[in-house]
Design a protein around this ligand. Structure first.
Ligand code: GDP
Ligand code: MG
Length: 115
């Protein structure tokens, strides 16, 4: 799934927009191949990849710092002191997009529903 689960059209639509590939449900995955997966994806030009478990908020805390860093290093999207950005979460049904948003709310706003 980490290698085949993306719609190639997303890449076209995203173009050069800074983006992060979130590989959710890491609790259900065989993580022994994690390094190999990262290497393969990096070979495809995907450097910003993160494994998460949105039900247990695992690694979700790293997302906002990664996104902030990405934006800061993208001259086209970087807006000086303005740290307000609109972020889009895209993916096929049931991958955990809503769970991710809820987890981010729990982590950063101290609210948000249970997963
Ligand atoms: N095991 C596991 N299940 C998850 C995780 N994230 C979401 N789910 C479950 O996957 C299902 C679909 O999640 P949902 O957030 O509704 O996906 P969406 O359709 O992309 O918004 C729900 O039953 C979630 O509880 C995760 O990290 N691990
Ligand atoms: Mg949803």
């Amino acid at each position: 799934i980490p290698l085949s689960g993306r719609n190639p059209l997303f890449q076209e639509t995203l173009g050069l927009k800074p983006h992060l590939l979130v590989l959710n449900k890491m609790d259900l995955a065989d993580l022994t191949e994690q390094q190999k997966i990262m290497q393969r994806l990096e070979g495809e030009g995907l450097k910003n990849v993160i494994f998460t478990n949105c039900l247990k908020d695992e690694n979700v805390k790293q997302i906002i710092p990664m996104v902030t860093e990405l934006m800061g290093s993208s001259p086209r999207y970087h807006r000086g002191e303005n740290l307000e950005y609109c972020i889009m979460v895209i993916g096929v049904p049931n991958v955990g997009k809503s769970s991710l948003i809820n987890s981010l709310r729990r982590q950063h706003l101290r609210k948000g529903t249970g997963a």
